[in-house]
Design a protein around this ligand. Structure first.
Ligand code: NAP
Ligand code: ZN
Length: 346
């Protein structure tokens, strides 16, 4: 077994503390990655605090992982020792069902296995990126370009792909009008991508203080969502709205932004249901949809696009012994725009 250390939550109420554990020795198809940086996703907070239910402890969170390959199994073809590598939200799928075969592994019919807070098909607990190493099958390990700042690449593995996948799926391109709701880790990547793909892009935010940043990140327009008149002015104007909000909020206000055949895609995962009026849907023949991270091929495609266009996340590095402070600041919307743990601090 490989000795690992990291930080774990022991229950839903206590702070994360140092934790030692073991990972499996690499099998023929496995890659071992020494973790150098790990992003802090709001999903980590939801799961550590058991806001979605079913959390398993001890939990080592983290699914925005970058580092260096330290060992590979005999059957690994894409990586060698010393290469940069990334691991995201998924570490196992059946690879046989129609969704896996279509490159939509997060929707695996047998169930995708998360990087943490999950059990592999063999029944082992998975432990995530707030740790010094990880073992994952090559299929779930990504090639990272050395051209980009490594720490700032980490959030692409979740915040990046979770916004990239729906923007691509719903054909966001030049000539489309796109709204991004919520300027956090996901929202700021959504803005960068929508702008880069050529769409006319507006940010909807509850935080007036984020307006200048939003423009810098790619928003053509910033709308303060608490301003009802401003919201009305944008009614019926948007082809696509990507909702990246982590807390309960009124979806109908954002459905109303959609023009004929427009789509609102929910990627934020509040812990409470979001009621939708039938009138919000039938007006303008609107669609309400959702999207979960992205497939393995499209994740690599997104990483390659970022390397070509020089796109990374805007990050603040944190040492691992200050996770509580980082979590509190994420909850207050007080991070520009993603915390990344410097694993050298472990
Ligand atoms: P985050 O950095 O905390 O950003 C969330 C943003 O939502 C905040 O910055 C804030 O933006 C807005 N917001 C927060 N509370 C609000 C409220 N009460 N009303 C309105 N707006 C509010 O979180 P994140 O890491 O980007 O994650 C966002 C959500 O996506 C989380 O629920 C996470 O679990 C989920 N997620 C889903 C997937 C997926 O596959 N679908 C993947 C990763 C994460 P403003 O200040 O601009 O209003
Ligand atoms: Zn995430």
């Amino acid at each position: 077994m490989i000795q690992s250390k990291g930080y774990a939550a022991q229950d839903s109420k206590s702070p994360l503390t140092p934790f030692s554990f073991e990972r499996r020795d690499p099998g023929a198809k496995d890659v071992v990655v020494e973790i150098l940086y790990s992003g802090i996703c709001h999903s980590d907070i939801h799961q550590v605090r058991d806001e979605w239910g079913g959390s398993m402890y001890p939990m080592v969170p983290g699914h925005e992982i970058v580092g260096k390959v330290t060992a590979v199994g005999a059957g690994v073809t894409r990586f060698k020792v010393g290469d940069l590598a990334g691991v995201g939200v998924t570490v196992e799928t059946c690879m046989e069902c129609e969704n896996c075969k279509a490159g939509a592994e997060p929707y695996c019919l047998k169930g995708m296995v998360g990087t943490y807070n999950a059990k592999t098909y063999a029944g082992e607990m998975t432990y995530g990126g707030y740790s010094n190493n990880i073992v994952a099958p090559e299929h779930y390990v990504y090639t990272i370009s050395p051209k980009l700042e490594l720490a700032a690449v980490a959030p692409l593995l979740c915040a990046g792909i979770t916004t990239w996948s729906p923007l691509r799926h719903w054909g966001v391109t030049k000539g489309k009008k796109v709204g991004i709701v919520g300027l956090g880790g996901l929202g700021h990547m959504g803005l960068k991508f929508a702008h880069s793909l050529g769409a006319e892009t507006a940010l909807f935010t509850t935080s007036e203080s984020k307006a200048a940043d939003a423009k810098r990140l790619g928003a053509d327009e910033v709308v303060i969502s608490k301003d009802k008149d401003a919201m009305l002015k944008h009614k019926g104007k948007f082809d696509f709205v990507l909702d990246c909000v982590s807390a309960p909020h009124d979806l109908n206000e954002y459905m109303n932004l959609l023009r004929l055949d427009g789509t609102l895609c929910q990627v934020g995962l509040p812990d409470q249901p979001l009621p939708v009026s039938a009138f919000s849907l039938v007006t303008n023949r609107r669609s309400l949809s959702g999207s979960m991270i992205g497939g393995m091929n499209e994740t690599q495609e997104m990483l390659d696009y970022c390397a070509e266009k020089n796109i990374v996340s805007d990050i603040e590095l944190t040492p691992i012994n200050r996770l509580d402070e980082a979590y509190e600041r994420v909850l207050k919307g007080d991070v520009k725009y993603r915390f990344v743990i410097d694993m050298g601090s472990l």
